[in-house]
Write a protein that binds this ligand. Structure first.
Ligand code: ZN
Length: 158
């Protein structure tokens, strides 16, 4: 095949030099498109509500994973919620992180939703983050129709 392998030690394990470059276009779909468009155009966060179990999914879903029924009701879930859990990222992984570490990622349950949304936490000292704290979405001034149109969630009242 023209690729030269290199043996490693006594184990006989082989290594092959390689390179992966994988550009792609991600299709947001009908539900995802509306979700991102509402954030971009109106600074509104919408979920979808199951007609049977009445759970409100955020991010929105087209099908309820519990009831297996189609969902077509949209609900404005507001921009204020509660921090369910979080983690602090301290290690740099160049090229794939939304910002330079250290930074915090949380799962926020907005008041109108039944599920949590993962996002960045901002305007808060990392040592002061607490599960249960109230948070509010901060939107970017220049929005492009993607997840980072929500800049981060900040503590309510800060
Ligand atoms: Zn359901």
């Amino acid at each position: 095949m023209g690729v030269r392998s290199e043996e490693l030690g006594d184990s006989g394990t082989l290594m092959y030099p390689s390179r992966i470059k994988l550009p792609y276009t991600w299709h947001a779909g009908k539900v995802g498109s509306r979700f991102y468009q509402e954030i971009r155009d109106n600074c509104k966060i919408w979920g979808t509500k199951c007609p049977q179990c009445e759970r409100v999914y955020l991010p929105p879903r087209e099908t309820c994973p519990r009831c297996f029924c189609n969902i077509d009701e949209w609900v404005d879930v507001g921009d204020i919620g509660t921090l369910l859990t979080y983690t602090v990222i301290r290690y740099a992984v160049p090229g794939i992180q939304p910002q330079e570490p250290p930074y915090a990622l949380g799962i926020i349950q907005l008041d109108g939703a039944s599920t949590g949304l993962m996002h960045l936490l901002g305007e808060v000292e990392l040592d002061n983050i607490r599960v249960g704290m109230r948070l509010k979405a901060v939107f970017r001034d220049a929005r492009e129709g993607n997840y980072l149109d929500i800049k981060y969630f900040r503590p309510l009242g800060s």
